[in-house]
Design a protein around this ligand. Structure first.
Ligand code: ADP
Ligand code: PMV
Ligand code: MG
Length: 423
């Protein structure tokens, strides 16, 4: 039995090494996406409503319009497939014809694909799905994966495919829960709807949290996810150019370049692979000393240079790098798909306060925004006691007005991490 309303949440991620290649290293961020699922009032028709104010999308369909017969689910848990189900994709197209913005289209398509695949016949009422994120959207921090994970976990719960989350998840348990593996697999399908050919690292981090080294495999060979415990405490500056871009465009452009210049790009991809492996070994050294940090910085610089050669930088990303280089702040690389979005700078120790002031003044002149965030946080969660009672008063209208995690959590009385349940 599902109790409405309920809230799911998943983190964004930062890729430290290996975007557009494999393996890659990424860690969960404290910036997160939240999904409120509530029953509609006075809704005899049974509408499924989307309220996605972060991208200015408000849309609804009748439950009876959904092509339920096209989801191949028979009995038990529906398995996620290697590729999107072409019949279902075709069946959803007429429901999306009035949505013209690519941003809106991607979000609505991901919603419908996962909803029809996972909630087969289990929805008796009209429902509203309201999403708020404290992540910048389309900025390389994995907002697409975090919304996919929020949706996949909510639908898996509504569809009865996963049991309720619990408060007692023991972080020492090494084995992943079946629930998390199910959410990970289906959120990957959601990522496919949003950007075509994802590696799976973003949804893996948004589901499981922590930090991982992720090796994508081809031809139905399962990907390998190695969790990285005890990350060294590195001082990272995260800066958003605020230059919009779509991961889908960048990923397809890199695929084109690799296809057109297989020999010339092959060695670039191989170098990026070597960088990620070397960084992994460095970061897991029992003593992460000055020498390790120096080497990690050099790998950041090399990795960025290779990404530039694949055409995924942007003048604003280069500006961030230039300012940081001029002030000798450390080493900078783009993070995520590039083309705009965010850069990370691994900072040197003992930077003077006035140096930071100079840097932030330059950033301000350019309209760049820096983030304070911590790495390696929790993965997907469901809001539970003691906030459940307060959650009854949460409406889509009030939820859309919150601006950050603290506001959302304070309003529902659950600033304590213990309020969240985990799978
Ligand atoms: N909070 C959100 N509300 C609605 N849609 C979202 C949200 N976050 C992400 N999306 C969807 O994900 C897309 C951005 O994904 P992507 O281009 O991969 O960038 P990134 O994952 O780096 O933020 C958006 O265009 C939108 O379709
Ligand atoms: C470019 C890539 O390596 C990361 C994309 O991340 P983001 O959507 O820019 O946050 C693609 C992927 O790994 O799926
Ligand atoms: Mg993305």
């Amino acid at each position: 039995m599902v109790n409405y309303p309920f809230l799911t949440s998943a983190p964004g991620k930062v890729i430290l090494f290996g975007e557009h290649s494999a393996p890659a290293i990424a860690a969960a961020l404290s910036l997160r996406t939240y999904l409120l699922v509530s029953k509609n009032k006075d809704d005899l028709e049974g509408y499924i409503r989307l309220e996605f104010p972060d991208i200015g999308l408000s849309h609804q369909w009748k439950k009876s319009e959904m092509p339920w017969d096209l989801s191949t689910h028979e009995q038990g848990r529906p398995p996620a497939s290697e590729e999107l189900n072409a019949e279902l994709v075709n069946g959803l197209t007429p429901m999306l014809t009035t949505i013209t913005s690519p941003l809106h289209y991607a979000a609505a398509y991901c919603f419908l694909y996962l909803f029809v695949s996972l909630c087969h016949g289990e929805v008796e009422h009209g429902l509203t799905f309201t999403v708020r994120s404290t992540l910048p959207i389309g900025a390389g921090l994995g907002s697409s994966a975090s919304i996919s994970v929020c949706l996949a976990s909510a639908f898996a719960y509504i569809g009865g495919h996963i049991k309720a989350a619990s408060l007692e998840r023991d972080s020492k348990i090494v084995k992943d829960s079946d629930e998390c593996l199910f959410i990970d697999a289906w959120s990957y399908m959601g990522e496919k709807c949003i950007h075509g050919n994802p590696s799976g690292i973003d949804n893996a981090v948004a589901t499981h949290g922590g930090a991982v080294m992720f090796q994508r495999m081809e031809n139905a060979v399962p990907s390998v996810r190695t969790s990285m415990r005890n990350l060294p405490s590195i001082n990272l500056l995260l800066t958003n150019t605020k230059t919009p871009r779509r991961t889908a465009d960048l990923v397809s452009n890199v695929a084109r370049i690799v296809n057109d210049f297989p020999k010339s790009t092959g060695c670039i991809l191989e170098s990026m692979e070597a960088i990620a492996r070397e960084a992994y070994n460095l970061m897991l050294r029992p003593f992460f000393d000055e020498d390790s940090k120096g080497r990690l910085m050099e790998l950041i610089r090399i990795n960025h240079g290779l990404l530039v050669s694949l055409g995924v930088s942007h003048p604003n990303l280069e500006r961030i790098k230039l300012y940081c280089d001029e002030l000798k702040m450390g080493e900078t690389k783009l993070t995520g798909a590039g083309g705009g979005g965010c850069a990370i700078t691994l900072l040197t120790d003992d930077i003077a306060a006035e140096t930071y002031e100079k840097l932030f003044a330059k950033f301000e002149q350019n309209g760049f925004e820096t983030f304070r965030t911590t790495l390696g946080g929790k993965g997907v969660g469901l809001l539970g006691n003691p906030a459940e009672a307060l959650l009854q008063y949460m409406t889509p209208e009030s939820f859309v007005n919150f601006n950050n995690t603290t506001e959302i959590e304070t309003s529902i009385g659950c600033t304590a991490v213990e309020s969240w349940k985990y799978w």
